[in-house]
Design a protein around this ligand. Structure first.
Ligand SMILES: *[C@@H]1O[C@H](CO)[C@@H](O)[C@H](O)[C@H]1NC(C)=O
Ligand SMILES: *[C@@H]1O[C@H](CO)[C@@H](O)[C@H](O)[C@H]1NC(C)=O
Ligand SMILES: *[C@@H]1O[C@H](CO)[C@@H](O)[C@H](O)[C@H]1NC(C)=O
Ligand SMILES: *[C@@H]1O[C@H](CO)[C@@H](O)[C@H](O)[C@H]1NC(C)=O
Ligand SMILES: *[C@@H]1O[C@H](CO)[C@@H](O)[C@H](O)[C@H]1NC(C)=O
Ligand SMILES: *[C@@H]1O[C@H](CO)[C@@H](O)[C@H](O)[C@H]1NC(C)=O
Ligand SMILES: *[C@@H]1O[C@H](CO)[C@@H](O)[C@H](O)[C@H]1NC(C)=O
Length: 424
């Protein structure tokens, strides 16, 4: 989630009853499923209390019918919530990348759940780029980009010809593709599923408020921000992940550029949040072991606040002082749009969703962990002979630790690419 001030107030610790559901370890993926193992058709992923609570007390189902305690969940949210029949569950990760990765790893590795056929939907609020969407809009991402995985200088400590203080690893120009990759920089989700989700969510009547309308209208003064000034809608566009809650025109534009470069021009930077790449990484690692199906993951983000101000409002006013009015409708729209997707999957389970929607695009991470060939900045792009020579020369010339690491990293990538049959 990304919202200012409210979260700490709303995260008042609650004590939850511990329920003992000691299910013996079972053989995963095997025939020996034991009683008590929950096999949800749909898992809603919330990040903090307001995103979670919007699903409680609704007419469609009761998520608080079962609370399952798992080791490894957040101390603030120590239980997974499920309907009585176990068809729909909800996990609350806690905010930012570390919480998301830890919580999701605990869930996907738990023997209390069989997640092999589960659909996962990140359902949270986010900052929004006024060039692409507006407050209260509902977005579904194809790409998640971990934009701050870079060197960072204070802008003032760089020569005048730099436009940002963020520089990708092992290169010296912000506009270059990184020469060192950690593997979580870019995730791509199943486009066929995303488009079905957009179709389902589009039948929702979105909430909006007078305050959001008033703030949004200010963006009409800048031609590039036309999308920001329009009424909210349901659309497909991509999400940036960063622990750092960045704000303002320069950083937002820098990460817009990062998204463009790292997805080879196909990603549209639209929303900004603190968790998605971490969540996707945990689900993907489990998919590698057949514990989850990565082609069943959706990332829905509703827009709660603009990442940069409209004309006439300062950068700091935009983040810290004005009431943009987007938070209440963004929270409401998680439910209004999200419920259409959940019910669509449940209602179409037998006909469509149990067997799954085969991705027509590449779905996975930058390392091609699940096989296939990434269709964004593919490995061959950065595992070239030339690049390897450059790195080797740099490492021997400078003997610098980072360069040596980069060399090792390049060798590992080359080996991985060779194993996958991608020539460098
Ligand atoms: C599950 O936990 C919620 C609080 O998060 C509580 O309101 C609900 O009653 C609990 N359900 C059961 C079955 O104990
Ligand atoms: C992070 O998530 C975005 C979109 O959800 C995806 O495009 C990107 O590839 C992800 N990055 C990593 C490193 O997983
Ligand atoms: C800045 O200028 C220096 C010196 O001309 C050049 O080597 C460098 O590539 C430039 N960097 C950027 C980011 O433009
Ligand atoms: C949006 O939600 C608020 C709060 O529940 C409500 O007062 C308002 O009428 C809703 N507006 C629309 C257009 O749904
Ligand atoms: C983003 O990229 C454009 C086009 O290359 C460039 O003009 C602009 O300065 C970049 N913005 C930042 C903040 O780096
Ligand atoms: C996962 O499933 C695939 C395809 O059925 C199989 O080849 C692979 O061995 C399985 N991996 C594990 C860890 O079970
Ligand atoms: C990346 O973009 C370049 C330039 O548009 C193109 O030549 C290349 O084929 C693209 N790579 C992939 C994997 O799509």
């Amino acid at each position: 989630m990304r919202t200012h001030k409210l979260s700490s107030l709303l995260l008042a610790a609650t004590t939850f009853p511990l329920i003992s559901t000691a299910t013996p370890l079972r053989e995963r993926n095997g025939a020996s499923k034991r009683d008590g193992v929950i096999a949800p058709k749909f898992v809603i992923i919330s990040m903090f209390e307001p995103e979670a609570a919007v699903w409680w007390g609704i007419d469609e189902f009761d998520l608080l019918a079962q609370n399952i305690t798992l080791p490894g969940l957040s101390p603030l949210f120590p239980e997974v919530h499920c309907t009585a029949d176990g068809d729909v569950c909800q996990v609350i990760t806690g905010e930012s990348e570390i919480n998301a990765a830890s919580t999701m790893s605990a869930l996907v590795l738990s023997s209390k759940f069989d997640l092999t056929k589960s659909y996962f939907m990140v359902a949270g609020i986010a900052g929004v780029n006024p060039k692409v969407a507006t407050l209260a809009s509902v977005t579904f991402a194809r790409y998640a980009v971990q934009v701050a995985l870079q060197y960072e200088f204070d802008y003032r400590d760089l020569p005048d010809n730099f436009t940002t203080g963020y520089i990708p690893f092992n290169v010296d120009d912000p506009a270059e593709y990184p020469a060192e990759i950690y593997g979580t920089e870019v995730f791509e989700t199943n486009l066929a599923l995303r488009d079905v989700a957009i179709g389902l969510a589009s039948s929702a009547v979105l909430n909006d408020t007078a305050a959001a309308q008033a703030y949004r209208a200010k963006y009409a003064l800048e031609a590039a921000y036309t999308a920001g000034s329009q009424a909210p809608s349901v659309l497909g566009c991509d999400v940036a992940t960063s622990d750092v809650y960045y704000s303002g025109t320069h950083l937002s534009e820098a990460f817009e550029n990062t998204t463009h470069i790292w997805t080879n021009g196909s990603g549209v930077y639209c929303t900004t949040a603190q968790e998605d790449n971490a969540t996707l990484e945990a689900i993907m690692r489990a998919a590698k072991m057949n514990l989850t199906d990565y082609s069943r993951v959706m990332v829905m983000r509703t827009a709660s606040d603009f990442d940069r101000p409209p004309p006439g409002v300062s950068e700091i006013q935009n983040l810290l002082y004005v009431n943009q009015g987007g938070f209440p409708p963004a929270i409401t729209n998680i439910y209004r749009a999200g419920i259409k997707v959940v019910m669509g999957v449940l209602d179409g389970w037998d006909s469509t969703f149990e067997k799954g929607l085969k991705p027509t695009n590449y779905a996975g991470d930058i390392f091609a962990t699940l096989g296939g060939t990434p269709d964004f900045g593919q490995p061959s792009f950065f595992i070239t002979q030339e690049k390897k020579r450059d790195l080797a020369a740099a490492a021997s010339e400078h003997g610098n630790l980072r360069m040596r690491r980069a060399l090792h990293s390049a060798r590992r990538r080359a080996a991985a690419a060779k194993a996958l049959g991608i020539e460098g």
